[in-house]
Design a protein around this ligand. Structure first.
Ligand code: AMP
Ligand code: FE
Ligand code: FE
Ligand code: ZN
Length: 288
């Protein structure tokens, strides 16, 4: 029997809020038995080159990013994530938008830390920035500081309502989701809506928006993901079928910032091939 390739299209490195460096990430992907892995750090392509350089034999790397977006159709606007695959990393407007979002993340992170400090929580923003090591900073980095300070035991606890999940949660200034779809396509990339029904993370968008996004150029929906229940994943698959969108499954691996393992969910080769065929920004990379 010829086994189907193992394809995981959503992972994070230290270029954002994962805990493995891009080089360690691709080595771990090969060790996990993957044939294809996508590096999709939040709002950055900074990990791409190091991942390419370290690519082990037999593994194909899909270069991507997970873009922080917001839908302004309701008040307050709903945050959502678009995975963008194989786009041109030098597209000027996309580059500018990603830089703006990364800066907004720093402004917001520092404000969250100020709120915590005002309540007597002794963590330091410069220390958090140093620990992020130049990667896109996010709440997981603040969670790590809360763990170091002994205030919570786990990242999950840090994302609880008493901490970063609600009490000390501030919005960030994301990319309007329609503009993001347009920019990803303009840069030759392929946009896929990450974990669209992840109710356990917070508010989600209605299916009507997904219909509109499909008309605007959205290519696919991530169905199999640890934040989707089986019923939620089935709903996403049915919606994708109705709209002619491709469907992906992925681990959303974050190293030790989350418990999920590489390859915990995977994407069918047919969907992967549709992504590759639709892209014109950069190619997949195989070491050789
Ligand atoms: P931010 O991008 O700063 O808003 O932080 C969101 C990131 O935090 C996500 O990309 C996940 O990596 C992580 N995250 C969100 N919810 C949780 C959770 N409940 N437990 C652990 N990590 C989480
Ligand atoms: Fe993340
Ligand atoms: Fe996400
Ligand atoms: Zn992610």
């Amino acid at each position: 029997m010829i086994s189907r390739p193992a394809i995981d299209l959503h992972t994070h490195s230290t270029a954002s809020d994962g805990t493995l460096s891009p080089a360690e990430l691709v080595r771990a992907a090969a060790d996990a038995g993957l044939d294809v892995v996508a590096i999709t750090d939040h709002d950055t392509t900074a990990g791409w080159d190091a991942a390419v350089r370290a690519l082990p034999p037999g593994l194909t790397l899909i270069r991507g990013a997970e873009i922080s977006c917001r839908w302004h159709g309701v008040e307050p606007a709903v945050p959502l994530h678009l995975l963008a695959y194989l786009f041109d990393p030098d597209h000027p407007e996309l580059v500018a938008e990603l830089a703006r979002v990364r800066l907004a993340r720093e402004v917001r992170g520092e404000r969250i830390v100020e709120l915590l400090r005002a309540d007597g929580v002794d963590i330091s923003w410069p220390e958090i920035m140093a620990a992020a090591g130049g990667g896109t900073v996010g709440r997981p980095h603040i969670a790590a500081a809360l763990i170091r300070a002994g205030l919570v035991a786990t990242t999950t606890e840090a994302f609880g309502v008493d901490w970063l999940g609600e009490r000390y949660r501030l919005p960030k200034e994301d990319v309007d989701v329609f503009r993001a779809v347009e920019l990803i396509r303009a840069a030759g990339g392929v946009p896929v809506f990450a974990h669209p029904r992840a109710t356990r993370r917070g508010r989600i968008v209605p299916d009507e928006l997904i219909v509109e996004l499909a008309a605007a150029g959205l290519a696919g929906l991530e169905a199999d993901h640890e934040d989707h229940s089986p019923a939620e994943a089935a709903h996403v698959r049915a919606l994708a079928a109705e709209l002619g969108l491709l469907v992906t499954g992925s681990s959303d691996f974050h190293g030790t910032h989350k418990t999920v393992r590489l390859g915990a969910h995977t994407t069918a080769p047919e969907a992967y091939e549709r992504i590759v065929a639709a892209a014109s920004g950069v190619t997949g990379v195989a070491s050789g």
